[in-house]
Design a protein around this ligand. Sequence first.
Ligand code: UT7
Length: 345
Amino acid sequence: MNSSHRRPFTNPRARHGFLGRSCSIVSVGAYVPDKILTNADLERMVDTSDEWIITRTGIRERHVAAPNETTSDLAAKAALRALENGGVRPDEVDLIIVATVTPDMPFPSTACLVQQKIGATRAAAFDIEAACSGFIYALEIGQQFIQSRTYDTVLVVGAEKLTTLVDWSDRNTCVLFGDGAGAAVLQSRADSHGLLATYMGADGSKGSVLCVPAGGSAIPASAASVQQRQHFIRMDGKETFKNAVQSMHAAATEVLRQCGLDIKQIKCVIPHQANRRIIDAVGERLGATPDQVYVNLDRFGNTSAASVAIALAEAVERGRIQRGDLILLMVFGAGFTWAAAVVEW
Ligand code: UT7
């Protein structure tokens, strides 16, 4: 599978007559805060049970950032680990893209705060918001800058302090989410095709199914918005569940088709970590075996834009992914948004 003259896939970019230069994920890194909130802790906070949470979601515990720990703090720690793992200095980074729905503040961007915290003095920096799909959206954007030769080194980070948006009195949502960050360094490598195919989708008609209603221009913060708990996550779980399964399956099928790949050729599938039942349903529809699919939501819960980034970093660190392996990433989130990518590692 490593041999460059007998690759088992089609490079869709070549088929479309545009090859540019390739874009590889040269290194990854992740960081989660120390404090762990278990299902037993939640049993003491709302009317729930460890048994309900495990059977309905697969989550056992999640990490929660300290009150003075911000999204940019989590992002900076993950970014420094990714840079160190790749042997890349912060001052070599040309561009930082942070995907998040929990920026430190409306502006400046979290990416600018990360730039300062890691000392990436040469880097341009901006945030993107595609909710739980943000990391793959950001990978695709970063890839464009590398392929077009605009930049040589792009740092992509998915980071969330989601627990700031959690209504700790709502058992429907408070058991689901956690905090953390994952980062990837993108460069072109001569020995790898890197990101082979990406697909991004969105359906704005479903915006209200999963949202935080207030805090923006529609409902600015006010005493009433706080009293009505409009600054917290609201979700129709069943509608989100159904769309997550359908959309991740469709996106994954599309990127596999573009590469002429069968799921059996994929070494590791890394899905968005929202619900074990969603992961199992998509894996089954794709024909993936359980040992192909990487799952860590039992320990982290749903960390939105950080979810796939943390799982990828962990899978690499644990040796589940080796150079030359083909991997499949797939995500789904608010918007609705969804995306998938095939990567030659
Ligand atoms: O990252 C973005 C993507 N997000 C997702 O993909 C999340 C998608 N949705 C889900 O994961 C699931 O829909 C949930 C885990 C959120 C809910 O699971 P469900 O099987 O759809 O449960 P439900 O909402 O239909 O609730 C079933 C019952 C209800 O009780 P009644 O009305 O049947 O008496 C809920 O009130 O479970 C109850 N319930 C709980 N019980 C104990 C809901 N949350 C809890 C809880 N503990 N934490």
